[in-house]
Design a protein around this ligand. Structure first.
Ligand code: HEC
Length: 453
């Protein structure tokens, strides 16, 4: 971890608070985003393939609608995907500054995988747009023109074929990369909250083949299922009047897919939640974490009820309520995880804030003392003619005389304020006419500096 230690400066106490808020906000954007991406790409590629092999247009349309509704444009991808991913990484790197864990390096790997997968998924999404443009183009050109084998027509056909190929490869690559990234992400987050495993977890494989990772991942996946199911209902039936031109058959397909996913995930989530809580080491648990876990559990049960009745009655009316509840669930769950993480790194944070304070002192000591008096400047003006730290000039070197004071700032300040005859080998030091405050600042500065050597 030395590489990252060099890159980041240790955060101070206020800075740590700020980082924790930043982390929570980043995750609040990032987790719903990747959840929808995961759900959308898996469902879409499944139906795209099925649509092609069975020649079913309904499936194909679902594949297209779902990526268009649930994955988003490039700029939104930056705001909800890449930037939160990077700031999550940044916050972890700082908070785990002195921690001996591979979590930070692993998180970097996950972030890279996420970003690459976003590119593929964006490409996948784009093939549907191109296909739409081609369709529109065909409908406005005369059918005869497309039948003749001119070079233009050939080129169009080649383009279409290529688009189909890009559709299936970019979709497949994108979804598996996204899944791999999510798996490592879940494992890393779990490891970061388990300081008892930091010493023994030394490589990627240990993260990959771990029950803790598996259950955290399952918790993430079931959350993703709930989010995706709710998002499908919300965007297809509620938001802005829903998707246009849906016939009954199509609406029934959408509802049944969303319903199955949301229900299965809604049952799995509370289970995974409790299992991954059981994996939390003692240090990360606290009554607050437990209460939040209970709240998440209760919200998930209420939500499960709503989801069940929504699909049983095939009624999309409560899609908005479900969507809001999902966000409440996600928020409490993230806060719970962050509280546990906060407990896990408590010792580490005390350590890093201490380092940060020393860092600060060093920087301040070089120029200003806390009092606003510039000790370095006074030294240059009034003392350097007779003193050096390591050499005898008119007066003795500080490195020899200051340690005698044993850190007693007051005693040294008294001397500087009103010098007494001390060493017969030297003439007496003339009074430099400093104010009490200045003498104090000088004494502190000297002790800080010499003490370091
Ligand atoms: C004109 C020369 C001169 C200047 C200017 C001067 N000093 Fe000194 N300083 C001396 C001499 C000579 C001694 C040795 C005095 C003795 O041992 O009796 C001394 C001794 C000291 C000691 C050692 C005291 C001890 O307990 O042995 C300190 C600390 C010190 N000076 C700090 C300062 C500071 C701080 C300044 C500037 C604000 C300063 N001096 C400016 C000549 C000077």
């Amino acid at each position: 971890m030395n590489f990252f230690d060099e890159l980041v400066i240790p955060p101070s106490h206020n800075h740590v608070m700020l980082l924790k808020y930043m982390l929570t906000i980043s995750l609040l954007l990032f987790i719903p985003y990747i959840s929808m991406m995961l759900g959308a790409t898996f469902i879409s590629t499944h139906f795209s393939k099925k649509g092609k092999s069975e020649g079913n247009n309904l499936f194909h349309r679902f594949a297209k609608d779902i990526v268009e509704k649930l994955t988003i444009t490039k700029s939104a991808e930056l705001a909800l995907g890449t930037i939160p991913a990077l700031s999550t990484f940044f916050a972890y790197a700082q908070l785990l500054y002195t921690a001996k864990t591979i979590s930070v390096g692993m998180l970097a790997l996950a972030v890279v995988l996420f970003i690459v997968s976003f590119v593929f998924i964006y490409k996948y999404r784009n093939t549907f747009r191109l296909e739409g443009i081609m369709k529109a183009f065909k409908s406005i050109s005369s059918p005869d023109a497309l039948k003749t084998e001119t070079d233009d027509v050939k080129e169009i056909k080649e383009f279409e074929e290529k688009n189909v190929a890009v559709n299936s490869t970019s979709g497949t690559v994108g979804k598996w990369l996204l899944l791999a990234a999510s798996y490592i992400f879940a494992g890393t987050m779990a490891l970061a909250s388990s300081p008892d495993k930091w010493d023994t977890t030394g490589n990627v494989l240990q993260i990959i083949f771990s029950w803790q990772t598996l259950f955290s991942f399952m918790a993430l996946i079931s959350l993703a299922g709930i989010i995706t199911g709710a998002a499908i209902m919300f965007y297809f039936f509620s938001w802005n009047g829903g998707v246009k031109h849906m016939d009954d058959e199509y609406a029934a397909l959408v509802k049944s897919v969303a319903g199955k996913i949301a229900l299965a995930s809604g049952i799995m989530f509370p289970l995974m939640l409790m299992i991954s809580y059981a994996y939390l080491p003692q240090v990360s648990q606290s009554p607050t974490v437990f209460y939040y876990m209970v709240v998440v559990l209760i919200v998930s049960l209420i939500l499960g009820n709503f989801i069940y009745s929504m699909f049983k009655n095939s009624d999309a009316g409560s899609a908005t309520v479900v969507f809001v509840l999902v966000f409440v669930l996600v928020t409490f769950n993230i806060i719970k995880d962050q509280l546990a993480f906060g407990n896990a790194i408590q010792q580490n944070t005390t350590e890093i804030t201490k380092i940060a304070e020393e860092h600060e002192k060093e920087i301040k000591g070089k120029t200003m003392e806390g009092s606003g008096i510039d000790a370095q400047a006074i030294f240059n003006q009034k003392c350097s003619a007779c003193h050096k730290f390591d050499q005898k000039l008119v007066g003795p070197p500080y490195n020899e005389t200051v340690p005698k004071y044993n850190g007693d700032v007051q005693k040294l300040a008294d001397f500087i304020f009103n010098p007494q005859k001390i060493d017969p080998a030297f003439p007496p030091m003339p009074n430099q006419g400093l104010k009490k405050k200045e003498a104090n600042a000088m004494a502190k500065w000297l002790i800080d500096k010499v003490g370091k050597k």
